[in-house]
Design a binder for this molecule. Structure first.
Ligand code: FES
Length: 146
């Protein structure tokens, strides 16, 4: 394989990967959940994760909630075994609001990345994200805001 042929094949492969990732991102639009605050708890229904179609129900991997009085949204990930993780979308480096890219939270200020458990994947941030204690019952999710 000569150089020209190699570049041609790699170029088409890269375009395919970019196109596929663009399509995947457009399918995963963020759902902003309706929530209430009571006794310093953010309360949202588990139904916020449901996507009901004609004869079936799928589940979102996460929802985002904007909370009055808190300057940053909170992302709630649905884990296995009916457990949830709630993270403040505030970068631990210098406080920029994070962007949700599925299971990766990215900071456009200086490039830090965090996983869905709040751990740092890539710096310059060194500390994990603020996580909230989460409890559930059969219908709702309760996030302790303090
Ligand atoms: S504020 Fe997020 S990486 Fe600097």
């Amino acid at each position: 394989m000569d150089r020209k042929e190699f570049l041609k094949i790699c170029g088409f492969s890269c375009l395919g990967v970019l196109g596929l990732s663009g399509m995947m991102q457009s399918c995963g639009t963020t759902h902003y959940a309706t929530s209430t605050i009571k006794n310093n708890q953010l309360i949202l229904s588990k139904k916020e994760f449901e996507i009901t179609e004609k004869d079936s129900t799928r589940y979102r991997n996460y929802v985002v909630s904007k909370v009055e009085g808190i300057n940053y949204p909170i992302i709630i990930y649905k884990n296995l075994n009916d457990t949830y993780t709630a993270l403040l979308l505030r970068c631990s480096h210098q406080g920029a609001e994070l962007t949700v890219n599925g299971d990766v939270l990215t900071c456009s200020a200086h490039g830090s990345e965090f996983g869905k458990n709040g751990d740092v994947i890539q710096g310059p941030a060194e500390q994990q994200l603020t996580a909230f204690k989460v409890q559930t019952d059969t219908q709702n999710i309760y996030i302790e805001l303090s």
